[in-house]
Design a protein around this ligand. Structure first.
Ligand code: ADP
Ligand code: G6P
Length: 506
């Protein structure tokens, strides 16, 4: 039974990446967890919601097979433990999922041209602009036949789920893949309460001028089809309202963060997303994590050695390359640390069909090889780069690291920082980019990183590694307290409480 009050309405959630991913191996059909922070945060919540369906994209061939076997309808899928073999009806926590299959070429234009890199790069400020982006007729076609077409298909699936629940529902649209969905859903189901949560930064109006006027205006108008547009921070919400004023010429109120669209008032709001501390505690207590921990201690922490950690997708916004350059600078300038400090990087390959992402992986490999060649001592390489997706290993590493590095160029929130705050047991220091949304909550307990200043990051790593133990533990305890009292459940309940007020529910 859910104890989260959803305005007495059923819930229809939409995101491109779903909570589970089906694959097939020798043991049969396997179920694994979907990638990224959005899924990490929302999966735990969704398991506790009654009468909820999560509409998402079929990401693998096996996902498409599952959708086909169920005529495109929704199915109940067991989540924990990950991974497991799907060999019967769910025996553990489960989520109702509807996998949407779209034309592969339209999906490629939607995902690998427009969502990534174009929208992701604009919203994270990743384009240098002297040579990229280049928008040709191909990109214009990809917008119509890919982004817009796929948005319509997902809107139809959402509307279908709403109709099958009597035409009234709380619809929670997620992220930058679906800026055109709200208006289509509203047309088909006028009685829905619609929110669109953007999990990535929302930049100032001039950044959006990289896109031609017709496209940026359609994206903005599409989002304004929602009742509420949610962000992680006030800065992003304010930028969104400014965009509506400057790029669409709509009346706005910057104090109240509202936009007037004909006779509707659209609210921009901010709710910092978070983690599920109880689920993390349970993962930390598992045998699998204990085994990883013993291995990591043996490899990295014998004698009085120290460990710097990063856990990320291989996304250019995460700034992995400059992170390693900073570590290399640290070793250059503090030779006494060579052989004493290791850097473990657990990197999950991401969006590898997008050329910018494939190139970035190659660059990471090259910079690691160069630093390792420079600083290997007594057969020990300073950087251990592992291209893996392994959440248990990540949790084990979180718990025993001395420093966690998050040096993102821009990041909507960054859940890795919140996960380590809950899980670390060694007085681990957060080295946290001032450009991550999480910095607003955790910056005062962290050592702040400036993502472009390699020297500053090297100095900050040194400060973190040499910080007195009592200070390390004091900061960690304060960060953990902040996350435990502002968990993902609160992210949702705060939104629902505001909706109750805004939509006039008693
Ligand atoms: P993003 O959503 O941009 O990927 P976040 O830091 O908000 O960034 O969330 C990333 C999520 O993915 C976290 O839950 C993190 O634990 C998980 N994750 C990142 N890298 C790995 C990895 N190599 N193996 C397993 N899980 C990972
Ligand atoms: C970020 C985005 C999510 C996305 C995730 C993983 O968290 O906000 O929408 O799902 O990255 O990226 P991917 O492209 O693998 O879904």
């Amino acid at each position: 039974m859910s104890d989260i009050d959803l305005l007495d309405l059923p819930l229809v959630l939409l995101s491109n990446r779903g909570p589970v991913r089906f694959d097939r191996d020798a043991s049969g059909r396997t179920v694994n967890r979907g990638a990224g922070g959005l899924v990490s945060a929302l999966s735990g919540l969704a398991e506790h919601l009654d009468d909820a369906v999560w509409v998402c994209g079929a990401a693998t061939t096996e996902d498409a097979a599952v959708a086909g076997e169920n005529d495109g309808g929704s199915i109940l899928v067991q989540t924990q433990p990950f991974p497991h073999v799907a060999d019967g009806s769910p025996a553990g926590p489960s989520i109702r999922v509807r996998l949407v299959v779209t034309d592969p070429s339209a999906y490629a234009d939607f995902y690998s041209v427009w969502s990534n890199p174009i929208l992701w790069f604009i919203q994270h400020g990743l384009y240098g602009r002297s040579l990229a982006p280049v928008l040709t007729q191909a990109e214009h076609d990809a917008f119509e036949n890919g982004y817009a077409a796929v948005n319509r298909a997902y809107a139809d699936a959402v509307a279908d789920e709403v109709r099958s629940r009597g035409g009234k529902a709380l619809v929670l649209l997620q992220d930058y893949h679906f800026y055109l969905v709200a208006e289509h859903v509203r047309e088909q189901c006028p009685d829905v309460v619609l929110t669109h949560f953007v999990h990535i930064p929302w930049p100032a109006p001039d950044e959006w001028r990289v896109l031609p006027a017709d496209i940026r205006e359609r994206l903005l108008r599409g989002l304004l089809g929602s009742d509420v547009v949610g962000f992680h921070t006030r800065r992003y919400a304010r930028n969104f309202v400014l965009c509506a004023g400057e790029l669409l010429g709509l009346p706005i109120n910057l104090d109240e963060l509202t936009v007037q669209v004909n006779n509707r008032t659209v609210q921009a709001r901010y709710y910092p997303i978070s983690v599920d501390p109880a689920a993390l505690d349970a993962t930390l207590a598992s045998e699998e994590v204990a085994a990883h921990m013993a291995m990591l201690r043996y490899v990295f922490l014998d004698e009085d050695r120290q460990l710097v950690l990063r856990v990320d997708r291989t996304d250019p916004s995460k700034n992995v390359v400059r992170g390693f350059l900073a570590f290399g600078t640290l070793l250059d300038q503090h030779p006494e640390l060579v052989g004493k400090v290791s850097f473990l990087a657990l990197l999950q390959p991401s969006r590898t069909d997008v050329p910018e992402y494939a190139d970035y992986i190659a660059l990471i490999g090259a910079v690691v090889a160069e630093i390792n060649a420079r600083h290997t001592k007594e057969g020990r390489q300073p950087i251990d780069l592992r291209m893996v997706e392994d959440f248990s290993l990540a949790v084990a590493a979180y718990s025993i690291c001395d420093v966690l590095m998050v040096n993102a160029i821009a990041d909507g929130m960054n859940l890795v920082a919140k996960e380590v705050a809950v899980v670390n047991r060694r007085g681990g220091v957060l080295a946290l980019s001032e450009m991550a949304g999480a910095h607003e909550e955790l910056g005062e307990f962290a050592v702040t990183l400036h993502p472009f200043d390699v020297q500053q990051m090297a100095d900050a790593l040194y400060t973190a590694l040499t910080m007195p133990m009592d200070e390390r533990h004091r900061r960690l305890a304060a960060a953990a307290e902040q996350v435990r009292t502002h968990d993902v459940r609160r992210w949702l309940t705060d939104q629902v409480a505001d909706l109750r007020h805004l939509a006039g529910f008693s």
